[in-house]
Design a protein around this ligand. Structure first.
Ligand code: FAD
Length: 292
């Protein structure tokens, strides 16, 4: 398969990229790792008139700490984030989740920003971003805005990004290691395949009692789905097997997954139940530890 004809620009700076996007409007697509975009173009599911290739924009490729906040440039390769000591220290949930993305050669090309902007509902990183209250820095020729992860993902392959906007940075708030545990778990048909169901779980525990929890799922809806009812069932309770079972049961009832070639909705619901229990147990075991 070959893509429809397109023009190509290769900016060297963010400003040049924004200029190109402003000129081309919704005729343009940003090219990052190309691991999703090029396949969709080859299948002619997308026919952009112009590709704005940001691979030479070195200013978008970084991982740093900024007053306790983890700041990741959009062009950071997934494999760089996977092996980053800073990411492990400040967001071990992300380190764990990235290992479920495809295979190493794909993670070597695929970018953190491209993965999030693509907004595949089975993707792992959107669930991590929602679970950690990450914010996305977005720029256009007209200025900059910041979007909370929960507002960024609108639906299947759809985000709050406007056609002339570039995602430039992902910001993950400071991690509170004292009493906080995390876990990312997933089931897919084969290792490296897209998830049937995944869960990003965090747990804050003090004196055996659960103070806060986050449960966010990939693969069960058109976007990463948080289940506040299951989180509320944990808060104020002893962090134990009985509480985890109840939260898992609530989560499995609240999600509304689809059936497809790979699995029925009932099976996905069952996975939500099992993965939630296991992830919460692992998060509890990690409470107080800085990283895996
Ligand atoms: C075989 C295979 C298996 C895979 N398995 C998984 C998996 O299990 N889990 C998973 O999450 N992903 C998986 N992927 C997808 C992979 O993670 C991609 O790398 C990712 O979805 C897109 O990142 P990219 O950098 O390649 O973006 P591209 O493909 O270049 O772009 C994707 C989309 O995002 C837009 N975009 C990219 N960067 C920006 C930006 N900075 N600002 C605004 N818009 C931008 C593009 O215009 C395009 O619409 C798989 C891919 C393959 C080929």
């Amino acid at each position: 398969m070959k893509p429809a004809p397109f023009s190509y620009v290769r900016p060297m700076t963010v400003e040049e990229a924004l200029f190109a996007l402003a000129q081309q409007g919704d005729e343009a697509k940003v090219l990052a790792g190309g691991q999703s975009l090029i396949a969709m173009m080859n299948l002619r599911l997308l026919k952009p008139r112009c590709l704005v290739d940001i691979n030479r924009v070195a200013a978008l490729d970084y991982i740093r700490q900024d007053n306790g906040t983890l700041a990741i440039g959009a062009l950071t390769r997934q494999s760089a984030a996977e092996t980053s000591p800073l990411v492990l220290q400040h967001c071990p949930l992300m380190t764990e989740a990235i290992q479920y993305i495809a295979h190493r050669p794909i993670r070597n090309r695929g970018t953190v920003g491209g993965n999030l902007a693509h907004a595949d509902p089975t993707s792992e990183l959107p669930a991590v971003a929602v679970a950690t209250d990450a914010t996305f820095v977005v720029r256009s020729a007209n200025g900059q805005r910041t979007i909370l992860a929960a507002d960024f993902f609108v639906g299947h392959l759809t985000t709050a990004l406007r056609p002339d906007e570039l995602l430039t940075e992902v910001r993950v708030p400071p991690w509170r290691p004292a009493g906080q545990g995390w876990s990312f778990m997933e089931v897919s048909p084969r290792k490296g395949d897209y998830a049937l169901v995944g869960v990003a779980a965090t747990l804050q525990v003090k004196d055996g009692a659960c103070q806060a929890a986050r449960l966010v799922y990939n693969g069960v809806a058109g976007r990463a789905q948080r289940v506040p009812e299951a989180e509320r069932a944990l808060v104020g309770r002893n962090a134990d097997e009985a509480a985890f079972r109840e939260a898992a049961s609530i989560a499995s009832q609240r999600v509304d997954p689809h059936s497809d070639f790979h699995a029925t909705a009932a099976y996905r619901r069952d996975l939500v139940n099992t993965l939630t229990r296991r992830a919460l147990a692992q998060a509890l075991a990690r409470c107080g530890k800085r990283s895996a």
